[in-house]
Design a protein around this ligand. Structure first.
Ligand SMILES: Cc1c2[nH]c(c1CCC(=O)O)Cc1[nH]c(c(CCC(=O)O)c1C)Cc1[nH]c(c(CCC(=O)O)c1C)Cc1[nH]c(c(C)c1CCC(=O)O)C2
Length: 358
């Protein structure tokens, strides 16, 4: 089975010869070759905006590890940037918007980007990566969720409690919905353009969905995501692509996530994958679940964690091995190698924990 088939078939819940594996943030600072490429440019945004370099760093982890998919190298914040918000990536702090949105009238500052113009560098990177991959593995495109992007646009930076974003939500929900709707339109166009440029699967990163109450999650995170997915399904280019939905901390809402129209549900490490699969049933695939910090530990314990996840899925199609969130900068490379090899070498559980029906 070709690697292209392995990942895409697993997304559709079809039988595969072995479990496909890729890692969120697989290109990044834990790789010395990434740090070397990054040192050639003045800032992180320049790396994203130079298609040759974005292509180079996309391919770097694939040269080292036997991964079953590539993910476009970019960032979720390129979309608000293209809507007109000035963005800096500060060393040691991460992304910062100079003028965060704080009230409804600030929405007037936002433009509606044309992806082939204002985000052309992303589409050029997608085209270049597809050419360089030459069919070896499929390319995943991605975007942030409307709620997650709104959090950064309102806070201006990462936050512990999302005080500004949530205060807005609890004091003027209609104008927050207006902001989310602007993002729905921008993200639908953006992901559609990635599909037209050659992305073979699309992933939605709802990193901050899990900070909400159940009713707020439904209204401000999931409903806009559903509109993005429905918009994509209405286009010829994206209709046939698998869509992966990852709401970090979304374990409470798996059934609702599954009803969003996504084909694959991303799981963080806080939900038991057995429970997740039982609740989700057969119709939808799952991805993820390994605690990224397990990669810092002892090899034998890491292997046990990996096998637990594989055994929970034994005999069930529709599983893509991944971490429960992005790989972190100090991760030892040897353990990443061990992870990929363990997943690929795996040939069944030793403890008969194969699940018949669920
Ligand atoms: C919240 C979020 C962001 N960006 C992203 C998310 C959602 C996923 C998640 O929850 O991790 C998504 C993202 N960011 C990046 C990718 C690349 C593709 C991949 O390998 O998965 C993807 C898919 C590269 C990146 N995005 C960023 C880096 C590090 C920048 C550098 O090299 O200096 C990389 C490799 C910067 C970034 N970008 C963002 C933050 C908070 C930071 C700073 C934190 C950090 O430094 O790790 C916003």
């Amino acid at each position: 089975m070709s690697k292209t088939d392995r990942f895409l078939r697993a997304c559709w819940g079809q039988e595969v010869d072995r479990t496909p594996v890729w890692l969120m943030r697989q290109a990044g600072r834990y790789l010395p070759e990434y740090r070397a490429t990054r040192a050639k440019v003045s800032g992180f945004l320049e790396l994203c905006q130079t298609p040759e370099l974005a292509c180079e760093v996309t391919l770097q982890p694939l040269r080292r590890f036997d991964l079953d998919a590539a993910i476009l190298f970019s960032d979720i914040l390129t979309v608000p940037h293209a809507m007109g918000m000035e963005l800096d990536f500060l060393e040691g702090e991460g992304p910062v918007f100079r003028d965060p949105l704080r009230e409804a009238s600030d929405l007037r500052r936002l433009g509606q980007p044309d992806p082939e113009q204002d985000l052309r560098y992303v589409m050029d990177a997608v085209r270049l990566i597809r050419r360089e991959l030459d069919g070896r593995v499929p390319l995943i495109g991605f975007a942030g969720s409307p709620w997650t992007l709104a959090c950064y646009m309102i806070e201006g930076r990462g936050s512990r409690d999302f005080l500004h974003a949530k205060t807005w939500m609890y004091s003027d929900p209609e104008s927050l919905e207006a902001l989310l709707e602007r993002l729905v339109l921008a993200l639908t166009d953006y992901l559609h353009a990635q599909a037209a440029a050659g992305a073979q699967a699309l992933m939605l990163f709802d990193t901050w969905g899990g900070t909400l109450t159940t009713s707020a999650y439904e209204r401000f995170s999931l409903a806009p995501l559903q509109r993005v997915i429905a918009g994509l399904r209405a286009t010829a280019e994206a209709k046939e692509l698998p869509i992966i939905l990852f709401s970090k901390g979304g374990g409470n809402w798996l059934e609702r996530m599954a009803a969003s129209g996504a084909n694959v549900i991303g799981l963080d490490w806080t939900i038991d994958i057995n429970v997740a699969r039982t609740r989700l049933g057969k119709k939808i695939a799952v991805q993820g679940n390994l605690d990224p910090i397990a990669l810092y530990g002892q090899a034998a314990l890491l292997r046990a964690e990996i096998e637990n996840i594989l055994c929970a899925n034994a005999g069930r199609p529709g599983h893509i091995f991944n971490l429960g969130h992005g790989i972190t900068p100090q991760t030892p490379i040897d353990n990443v190698e061990l992870l990929v090899e363990t997943v690929h070498a795996w040939n069944g559980c030793s403890n008969d924990s194969v699940y018949e029906e669920y």
